[in-house]
Ligand binder design. Sequence first.
Ligand code: GDP
Ligand code: MG
Length: 435
Amino acid sequence: ALSDRFDGIFKRLKGRGRLGDAEVDEVLREIRVALLEADVNIAVARGLVGRIRERCVGEELSRSLSPAQQVIKIVHEELIETLGGETMKVTFASKPPTVVLMAGLQGAGKTTTTAKLARWFKQQGRNPLLVGADLQRPAAVEQLRTLGSQIDVPVWSEPTDPVAVAEGGLAEARRLGRDVVIVDTAGRLAIDAEMMEQVRQISGAVDPHYTFLVIDAMTGQDAVSVAQAFHETLALDGVILTKLDGDARGGAALSVKEVVGRPIAFASTGEKIADFDQFHPDRLAGRILGMGDVLTLIEKAEEAFEKDEAEAAAARLLEGQFTLDDFLEQMQQLKKMGPLQGLMGMLPGVPKEVRDAEIDDREIARVEAIIRSMTIAERTDPDIVDGSRRTRIANGSGTSPNQVAQLLKQFKEVQSLMKRMGGGGMVPGRKKGKK
Ligand code: GDP
Ligand code: MG
């Protein structure tokens, strides 16, 4: 399974401190093989790997994540993108009923899914009507009626022909005041000209608001050619993936959206009517990665890293060893958190001017430039910064000697304030906000 392979890759990645070009290549090769083994369409796999490569090479590595975590994060994000990014929004016809046409091969799960979808619409406060337009198999309408009674949704059909049934169903919905009509259609075991013509005619007759292609996720790559064929005939609005419970590989899901350019709207994960929901790309991406909470882990790692740094700074601060680097760090944090919530703002006894100071980006950039232009010796003991050092720092940071002097004065004030407070006051840990 794709998830297992990724697991293997990431386990090996975990040990690495830093990834070079050769390692990135190796990782990408493995990801590519994993994708192909999961039955992802080759063009889709190539595109996905290409995007992952670009970001692995181009993106600035965050210092809070190990290279492995970084790669996992990129792969996760690209998987979500490939799966369509956002959950599809379902809208309703301004003039009801909203007509939904279900198409797909036999056994894909159309009839079952028709009922599941009706139940979902009911949960949205709608009043659906099911229409049985699969007259190919005598049992098909009966199956739909049984399902309809389970969810308390009326089913309409008549033993005429599929197009007439669909039209009749629409009229029935208007008569009954049902605001959503879901039309179940017949499928064949393979793409078939007669079947395509029939579903095209039904579509022409009822002019659906949504045409959904029901695809069995177990069919893997075949899903792509099926989707292409249906899309050419029907102009699909979305895909409904079924039997995801039997296929953790996600190959079909990854391929379909990319090739057909239509989102996966819903997913079915079992035989029970309730095993159905809107499709959430982020969840399947997590599942494909085989790390359900991979993102939570990464967020935790980022948080823990920040917390470590904050605690270390707080400890130095309480010992009176508040350095210029801490000072810069605090300013950046203050900026991130807003004036009142920062470290200094929460410490008792901090003068109001310091607490309420609005720090703008340019100021932080200037402070950073100045501090970065100082040698380690100067940072450790700013008192050694004399006139000539001031000029050198100013030149190096694109500021004036006056601004350098001002910053150092500010720093000394804060530092002595910190010293005076040493031992007193709680230093709050920092929490990273959601992005
Ligand atoms: P149709 O021929 O396209 O109308 O397919 P059906 O709705 O009759 O479903 C075919 C079979 O697939 C039935 O036995 C369903 O119970 C089963 N099925 C449908 N969706 C799922 C699913 O998400 N998971 C599982 N395990 N079985 C499903
Ligand atoms: Mg059926």
